[in-house]
Each structure stands twice: as structure tokens, then as C-alpha cells.
Design a protein around this ligand. Structure first.
Ligand SMILES: Nc1ncnc2c1ncn2[C@@H]1O[C@H](COP(=O)(O)OP(=O)(O)OP(=O)(O)O)[C@@H](O)[C@H]1O
Ligand SMILES: [Mg+2]
Length: 294
């Protein structure tokens, strides 16, 4: 375990990615789980000490997705009710991955905060969230970095706004469909507003098309609309993958299932690898070896 070091140095050793969209069912949790498991592999990003996955969604899907169920750990950690290490669960197959699970207590915590402490001008949730993430740095060795990937709810909430405020990078999954751009556009507007507020032009942003079928004309048109709105910030799309659609609750990842899906039109692991390479470049990480599906 590393000792606490100074705050400025800690900031350099902490990367915060927030996965967000105001639209439900677009692959936020899936993306959080795939990128978390992929990037926590030592062969991929050697400078990362731990990858911390945080479930900011009261639905509690992230833990369920990874096969470890949902708990109130996120609300407990944010309120300081339990020591941080007790709010983090390991994942057996991934030794550098720790998961802070959520459940409906996140919603309860948010509601109480707004009605009581928030009204009295207590420290805002964004400051608490940032403080929580900074504590993760103390859990990695001095020469390593901590990467946080936070999953968020599809609804517009205090926690989601706090997450968008503290994020270094916002990744917005998007299922190309007619009108489907709205959940992404509202996040993009937030990103632009936050940049103006803070004069911080360094907040990264990308749209990740999900369940994309490039042969579908309507989907292609929706992609063109998105490219028109956010420009070059649209990443290569993750195709629809029938095996990915079935693995909720199993704890399996794209790195394990891809070989089961023989369709050459479904290279989801290859596409997620491209997304990791893109993120690594944007965030100053090295990709040591290309991640191949197991
Ligand atoms: N590339 C894909 N191919 C096929 N199915 C996918 C793909 N990505 C995600 N899915 C499936 O789509 C469904 C929704 O995904 P997911 O739960 O990740 O979305 P979400 O945005 O987190 O949803 P919510 O808004 O409820 O939190 C899940 O059943 C998931 O398995
Ligand atoms: Mg989800």
C-alpha cells in the first residue's frame, strides 16, 4: 500500500472516466464493465495500479453485471459510513480490479442530501465524490496510477451532475436510431457548459456507438447526425453481439465470450480494444500489448 502523498501529485496519478447518457439501455453498464476488465489487465496498461469501477446508478446493475450482486457500498463510502477498502469488492479473474457497488440507497442518499444537508449549504456532492476518488490513489503503489470508471444512471440526477463535474473524460454510449441522439446531446451540452464554467478545456468527451449495425441505413443516418453534432468525437462503433446481449448477471466479459460468437460481423472485443487504445492515447496511458480476446 502506498502512503498518502501531496494533493497535486495525487491528481496526476488519478484518471476519472464517467460513462453517461440520459438515455436508458444504451450500454453504459456494459461499457463500464468491458473497459474496466480490459484496462485492468497488466498486459494492457502497465502503469495502472488498480482500476476502480464505481456504480453511481441506484439500479445497481454494475455489480450484477459482474456477477457480484448489488450493495449500498457507494452511498456508504460517499457518506463516510464505512472505510473505503470495505466498500470495494474484488473480481476473481481480474487481480487489479476493484468494484464499488451501488443500489437504491444511492437514490435515498441523494434525496436526503438535497432535503437536509444540501439545503444547509453542506459540501456539495461533487466535492465529496472527488474526495472519495482521491482516496483511491492511496491504495495504489507510489509509482502507479489509479483509474476510476464510473457508471451512471440514465436519469438526470445530483450524482450524475457531480460525476460529470469531476470527470476528466466523459464517455457517452449511443445506440444509433432515429431520435436516439437526444440522450447524448443533453450530456454534450453539459460538457460544454461545464467547460465554459470552469474555463477547463481539458475535459475529454467521446461518443461510443453501441449495438451498431453499419448495414442498416437508418443507423448509418443516425451516426451521420451524431457526427454532425459532436464532430470527430465519435468512436468506432461496437457492433451488436448476440453473446454480449445474453451475459447480464453471469460475470462474463467480452474478453471471454467473443470466441463463442463466430460471426465475423461481431468483433466486439476487437472494437473495445480500439476504444481502449483511443482512451489510452487521450489520457496519456500506454497500451503495452493489444488486448486479444481470450
Ligand atoms: N454490443 C452489444 N450487443 C448486444 N447487446 C448489448 C451490447 N451492449 C449492451 N447490450 C445489451 O443491452 C442491454 C442494455 O445494456 P446496459 O445495461 O449496459 O445499458 P445501460 O445503458 O447501462 O442501461 P441502463 O440505462 O438501464 O443503466 C443489456 O441487456 C446488454 O447486455
Ligand atoms: Mg446501466
Amino acid at each position: 500500500m502506498a502512503k498518502a502523498s501531496n494533493a497535486a501529485n495525487d491528481q496526476k496519478r488519478l484518471i476519472k472516466i464517467v460513462v453517461a447518457s440520459h438515455k436508458g439501455g444504451v450500454g453504459k453498464t456494459t461499457t463500464t464493465a468491458q473497459l474496466g476488465t480490459g484496462l485492468s489487465d497488466e498486459i494492457v496498461s502497465p502503469e495502472l495500479g488498480y482500476v476502480f469501477l464505481v456504480d453511481g446508478d441506484p439500479q445497481g446493475h454494475l455489480g450484477q453485471y459482474l456477477g457480484i450482486g448489488s450493495t449500498g457500498d457507494f452511498a456508504d463510502a460517499l457518506l463516510g459510513k464505512k472505510p473505503i477498502p470495505d466498500c470495494l469488492a474484488p473480481i476473481e479473474a481480474y487481480s487489479r480490479l476493484l468494484v464499488m457497488r451501488g443500489n437504491e440507497s444511492t437514490w435515498e442518499m441523494e434525496r436526503k442530501f438535497i432535503q437536509t444537508e444540501g439545503k444547509r449549504g453542506a459540501q456539495p456532492l461533487s466535492k465529496r465524490l472527488d474526495a472519495l476518488f482521491n482516496m483511491f490513489v492511496d491504495m495504489v503503489d507510489d509509482d502507479k496510477m489509479a483509474l476510476v470508471i464510473m457508471d451512471t444512471a440514465p436519469s438526470h440526477s445530483e450524482i450524475q451532475i457531480a460525476a460529470l463535474m469531476v470527470a476528466d473524460y466523459i464517455l457517452c454510449p449511443f445506440v444509433p436510431s432515429l431520435g436516439g441522439e437526444m440522450g447524448t446531446v443533453s450530456i454534450w451540452e453539459w460538457v460544454r457548459a461545464l467547460k465554459n464554467d470552469t474555463q477547463d478545456g481539458s475535459k475529454g468527451f467521446a461518443v461510443l456507438p453501441q449495438m451498431y449495425d453499419r448495414k442498416d441505413e437508418f443507423q448509418r443516418r443516425a451516426m451521420a447526425t451524431m457526427q454532425h453534432i459532436v464532430g470527430p468525437r465519435v468512436l468506432p462503433g461496437i457492433p451488436y453481439n448476440s453473446a454480449l446481449a445474453r451475459i447480464m448477471d453471469t460475470g462474463m466479459t467480452v474478453w471471454e465470450i467473443e470466441p463463442l460468437d463466430k460471426s465475423p460481423a461481431a468483433p466486439a472485443a476487437a472494437r473495445y480494444t480500439q476504444v481502449m487504445e483511443h482512451l489510452a492515447k487521450e489520457l496519456g496511458l500506454t497500451i503495452k500489448h493489444k488486448r486479444e480476446s481470450k
